[in-house]
Design a protein around this ligand. Structure first.
Ligand code: HEC
Length: 162
C-alpha cells in the first residue's frame, strides 16, 4: 500500500512536470523576447528562463485578478499594450511595470493606490509581495510584455482565453 502511494505521488509529479513543460514556450524567438526597457526605448532581450519564472510568479501572485491579461475587478484597466501605453506614466515597458509593482498609481497617475493594489510598498497587507526580489519583478514584467506578443488579442482582450 505504501509503495502504491509513493508510485501514485510520483506519477502525479511527472504529470505535473509535463504540464509545466508543454506550457512554457521554449521556442520563443529572440525577437519575441526583445522588449522595451524604459521610456527612452532602450531594448533588452529577456531570457526564456526569466520568462518562465515570470509566468510562474504571475500565476501565483497576479492571476487571481489578471488571468489572461484582463482585470477581473476593474475591466476598464486591462494589461494589454494599448492600455499600458496610455497610462500615466506609461507602463508598456519593463521599468514602468516594475515601478507599478513597487508603488502603483491610478491610471492617470494622480493617486497612489498601494493600499488597494498589491505592491512592495504595501507588502505588510499583501504578504505574497514580500519575497519578490528585483530579479522577480524583472521576470514578471518580461512575462507581461511577451504575452501580448504571443497571444495577440487573447491577452487582455476582455475575455479569458486559456
Ligand atoms: C486583488 C486583485 C489584484 C491582484 C492580485 C493584482 N492586481 Fe493588478 N490591478 C488590479 C486592479 C483593480 C487594477 C486597476 C487599478 C486602478 O484602479 O487603476 C490593476 C491594475 C494593474 C496594472 C495597471 C494596468 C494598466 O493598464 O495601467 C498593472 C500593471 C497591474 N495591475 C499589475 C499587477 C501585477 C504584476 C500583479 C501581481 C504582482 C497584480 N497586478 C496583482 C487588481 C489586482
Amino acid at each position: 500500500m505504501k509503495k502504491f502511494l509513493i508510485a501514485a505521488v510520483f506519477i502525479l509529479f511527472l504529470t505535473f512536470q509535463t504540464f509545466i513543460n508543454t506550457s512554457t514556450a521554449a521556442e520563443l524567438s529572440d525577437k519575441t523576447r526583445t522588449l522595451t526597457l524604459d521610456d527612452d526605448g532602450k531594448e533588452v532581450v529577456v531570457s526564456i528562463k526569466e520568462y518562465t519564472k515570470g509566468k510562474r510568479l504571475f500565476n501565483d501572485v497576479c492571476a487571481q485578478c489578471h488571468a489572461g491579461g484582463i482585470t477581473k475587478t476593474n475591466p476598464d484597466v486591462s494589461l494589454d499594450l494599448d492600455a499600458l501605453s496610455l497610462a500615466y506614466p506609461t507602463r508598456n515597458h519593463i521599468l514602468g511595470l516594475i515601478d507599478y509593482m513597487k508603488n502603483p498609481t491610478s491610471y492617470d497617475g494622480f493617486e497612489e493606490i498601494s493600499e488597494l493594489h498589491p505592491s512592495l510598498k504595501s507588502a505588510d497587507i499583501y504578504p505574497e509581495m514580500r519575497n519578490l526580489t528585483e530579479d522577480d519583478l524583472y521576470s514578471l514584467a518580461g512575462f507581461m510584455l511577451i504575452e501580448p506578443k504571443v497571444k495577440g488579442k487573447q491577452w487582455g482582450g476582455g475575455k479569458i482565453f486559456r
